[in-house]
Design a protein around this ligand. Structure first.
Ligand code: PEP
Length: 255
């Protein structure tokens, strides 16, 4: 089974001091929460708080991730952050989140460039894929997801360190999570099969995370599915206790 991973996407929330306090609360809570030691916890604050969060979790098992990055190493890209700038500050980077795709014009091609750049820099990409409600209603969910996974990973030869998060757009921030069965159909189907076709047996070690209104109450049902190895958590990740409840539920479901 792949590693269990629960990542918190803090989005554009928390000041630097709030981020440091939240990270410290997760760090301390994780040390006291039974079973959570079996789950890789990844905190993804805004760029400006990466250093503070990294400092707060130093010496603990809690890891840090960025929410995005540019694929170029340096240059005239005002407002952007490069892979090399993240190295040393974090281990993971979320790429292709649906908010980036919808609000900031990211394409499969730019996401693919970022995945390759992240790997080249020694960062672990959390590649996000997800269909819109319209695509689902048109019966296109599986095709859309296979396409996003294949395009996002074009030219990627090494699956080690890779994580794929299935986040149906209609479930993000809406309080309307997918059912575990719906998520498993896509994750064990379109996503796993595409990974298998790309990476053969190495696909078996790629953690697949569900994201979309996941919380401590529903995380266990998702993780009870064989093909779901954790979660990418938005709203609930802004509260240390709720984030740790998700991690505890994932750990308990996989015992
Ligand atoms: C997300 O933004 O990745 C996410 C899953 O958000 P939420 O948990 O709030 O739906």
């Amino acid at each position: 089974m792949p590693d269990l991973v629960v990542a918190g996407n803090w989005k554009m929330n928390t000041t630097v001091s709030e981020a440091a306090a939240l990270a410290a609360a997760v760090r301390d809570g994780a040390a006291a929460a039974p079973g959570v030691e079996n789950v890789e916890l990844v905190l993804c604050p805004p760029f400006v708080s990466l250093a503070a969060v990294s400092d707060a979790v130093k010496g603990s098992a809690v890891k840090v991730g960025a929410q995005n990055m540019h694929f170029q190493e340096s240059g005239a890209f005002t407002g952007e952050v490069s892979p090399g700038m993240l190295r040393g500050l974090c281990d993971y980077v979320i790429l292709g989140h649906s908010e980036r795709r919808q609000l900031f014009g990211e394409t499969d091609e730019s996401v693919n460039n970022k995945v390759k750049a992240a790997q080249a820099a020694g960062l672990k990409p959390i590649l996000c894929v997800g269909e819109s409600l319209e695509q689902r209603e048109q019966g296109k969910a599986s095709d859309v997801i296979s396409g996003q996974v294949r395009a996002g990973l074009e030219g990627v030869n090494d699956a080690s360190g890779l994580i794929v998060a299935y986040e149906p757009v209609w479930a993000i921030g809406t309080g309307q999570a997918a059912t575990p069965e719906t998520a498993a159909e896509i994750m064990g189907g379109a996503i796993f099969e595409t990974l298998r076709s790309l990476f053969s047996a190495a696909a078996d070690n790629v953690p697949l995370l569900y994201g979309g209104s996941m919380n401590g109450g529903n995380a266990g049902e998702f993780a009870a599915q064989d093909c779901i190895h954790g979660g990418l958590v938005g709203g609930a990740a802004l509260h240390a206790d709720q984030f740790l409840q998700v991690a505890a539920a994932v750990a308990a479901a996989k015992v």
